[in-house]
Design a protein around this ligand. Structure first.
Ligand SMILES: [Zn+2]
Length: 174
């Protein structure tokens, strides 16, 4: 095992700078007070901002929702978040459960499992319900449908049961 001191190179410094910006932007006094007050160590906007960059599972390829970073850089991101005491408690669970979900999950047989990423955005409509911006290219290639449709199929309910109200064209999807 190599215990030598880590000297960040230009790639690492860039990541560290962008991450510091995210931390400054999201971990405001207000967020920290809320975490303290509620005990809920979770800040969704920060988690989403990390996810957009593929930094939640940074070592994975962009096709898998990661950023294709070397292990050292992925570890550095985690260390910086930990040092900043970022309220991201649920990420540990995500990482723990994901391999089992990928291996065994079969909700209705064709649910979307791939996270959207910069290179594989969720811009395709679901083939079942037709709602826009539901699936990634990888989902479409695998013949997946959206989670709401898979859930509806599993429960034997109407696919539109879980949809927010309003015109599909006008509703912003997550
Ligand atoms: Zn659908």
């Amino acid at each position: 095992m190599d215990f030598s001191t880590f000297e960040p190179g230009s790639d690492e410094l860039l990541i560290r700078e962008e991450l510091a910006g995210l931390i400054d932007e999201h971990l405001t006094e207000e967020v920290r007070r809320r975490v303290e007050r509620t005990g809920s160590r979770w800040d969704e906007p920060l988690a989403l901002a990390l996810g957009e960059r593929g930094w939640i599972l940074a070592e994975r390829s962009p096709e898998e929702g990661g950023a294709g970073l070397p292990g050292l850089q992925a570890e550095m991101i985690d260390c910086e978040l930990e040092r900043a005491e970022a309220p991201l408690m649920a990420l540990g669970l995500t990482r723990l459960v994901l391999p089992a979900v990928e291996r065994f999950a079969d909700p209705g047989g064709d649910s979307a499992l791939y996270a959207a990423s910069a290179t594989n955005p969720r811009v395709f409509p679901c083939g079942t319900c037709g709602w826009p911006n539901r699936l990634t290219q990888a989902d479409v290639a695998a013949g997946y449908q959206c989670d709401a449709c898979a859930t509806a199929m599993e429960r034997g309910t109407d696919v539109n049961y879980y949809e927010p109200e309003g015109d599909p064209e006008e509703v912003e999807h997550e």
